[in-house]
Design a binder for this molecule. Structure first.
Ligand SMILES: Cc1ncc(COP(=O)(O)O)c(C=O)c1O
Length: 380
């Protein structure tokens, strides 16, 4: 059973419990390589060595050059750095992105729009897939940036980033791929994606919190968004978080989500068998192997989440809280899902510690909750 205390943990897309290798390496580097990697003395040089080694390891793992790796505080900063940092080098123009991106893409793009940039936000099809031909049709002479995620964090739906990369290659626009949800889950194919920027985060695959990477293709320039001491080749200032960076490098390849599709598919089959009116979003699209987003019509997602929490299951709901109001998932709405269904949605994201028993127990609990809520409604 994938447990934290007595909970069955089924929320790996939110974050993954840290692997021992991350904790140990991080603690060791914090103790032994505490120097500032910019310092010239022995302690500084020791930290620099760890930083350089980690950069090489990460670059080799994702198939990039070491010089293209910029360490950031996570996926959010990597996306912001690519978008705001690149657009700051351009006079305003046009940006293409999608309605299903993570807020760390949607928000900096919205700010640029407030500052006079023009933005096209593409809708995915009903399965949650962005259509590459729509990107081609939206490209304009003044398009400077195209930003499309590799996999959606809510539905797990994989996006045709290689096709989009091929389209952007024949255009001046740079291409950003938010790959936070594919690292460790699906193939990273930088060469095929032809991306200029790719963002990653460590904590989704058992690495430390607050560390990420922006891969920048050689020759692409950005303007720092938090100028300072000029670290990371003047691309991201601030003393590098060497312990977290070492912890990130230490866990690469140590965790695999790729064998989880039988578990996820078994869960979805059992769900439909027990609750035939349940709707699984993006079911017919290619998805990351661990993710299932669904709704049980008539049940509010937040209520379900709390009932499941009490019963010992950690899952996520599709709705997000903003200024005290619950907003239905922007991803499902963009796919054309009705408001009530979007509000009922639940995301389950399995990890390597989960077992078929976790999946079966979850289906049994969902059926029990629905039965209980129905009898309460009947009694009222
Ligand atoms: C697709 C996607 N992009 C970016 C992020 C942000 O990453 P971080 O938590 O490292 O800032 C997340 C995290 O939820 C994500 O799922």
């Amino acid at each position: 059973m994938g447990t934290t205390g007595l909970q069955r943990y089924l929320d790996y897309n939110a974050t993954c419990p840290p692997l021992d290798a991350a904790l140990k390496t991080q603690a060791q580097a914090a103790r032994e390589a505490f120097g500032n990697p910019s310092s010239l003395h022995a302690s500084g040089r020791a930290a620099r060595r760890i930083l350089d080694d980690a950069r090489d390891t990460l670059a080799a793992f994702i198939g990039a050059e070491s010089g293209s790796i910029v360490f950031t505080s996570g996926g959010t900063e990597a996306n912001n750095l690519a978008i705001s940092g690149y657009c700051a080098t351009q006079s305003s123009g046009h940006i293409i992105t999608t309605e299903i991106e993570h807020p760390s893409v949607l928000q900096p793009v919205a700010r640029l729009q407030e500052a006079g940039w023009q933005v096209t936000r593409l809708r995915p099809n009903a399965e949650g897939v962005v259509v590459a031909a729509d990107v081609a049709a939206a490209l304009r002479e003044d398009t400077r940036l195209v930003a499309v995620m590799a996999a959606n964090n809510e539905t797990g739906v994989l996006q045709p980033v290689a096709e989009i990369g091929a389209i952007c290659q024949h255009h001046d626009a740079v291409f950003l791929v938010d790959a936070v949800q594919v690292l460790g889950k699906s193939r990273i194919a930088l060469r095929d994606w032809k991306a200029d920027f790719v963002s990653f985060s460590a904590h989704k695959i058992g690495g430390p919190r607050g560390i990420g990477v922006l891969m920048m293709r050689r020759g692409v320039r950005i303007r720092e968004i938090a100028p300072g001491g000029g670290q990371e080749r003047k691309r991201r200032s601030g003393t590098e978080n060497v312990p977290a960076i070492a912890g990130f490098a230490a866990i690469l390849g140590k965790i695999g989500f790729d064998a989880l599709s039988p578990l996820r598919d078994g869960f979805e089959n059992a769900l439909i068998a027990a609750l035939p009116d349940a709707v699984i979003f993006g079911k017919h699209a290619s998805r990351t192997p661990n993710t299932s987003m669904f709704c049980i019509p008539g049940l509010d997602g937040e209520t379900l989440l709390m009932q499941l929490d009490l019963a010992g299951f950690s899952v996520a709901s599709g709705s997000a809280c903003s200024s005290g109001k619950r907003e239905p998932s922007h991803v499902l709405l963009a796919m054309g899902v009705r408001q009530e269904q979007a509000r009922s949605s639940i995301r389950v994201s399995f990890g390597p510690s989960n077992t078929p028993q976790d999946a079966t127990a979850l289906v049994t609990e969902l059926a029990r909750i629905r039965q209980r809520l129905r009898s309460m409604a009947g009694a009222a």
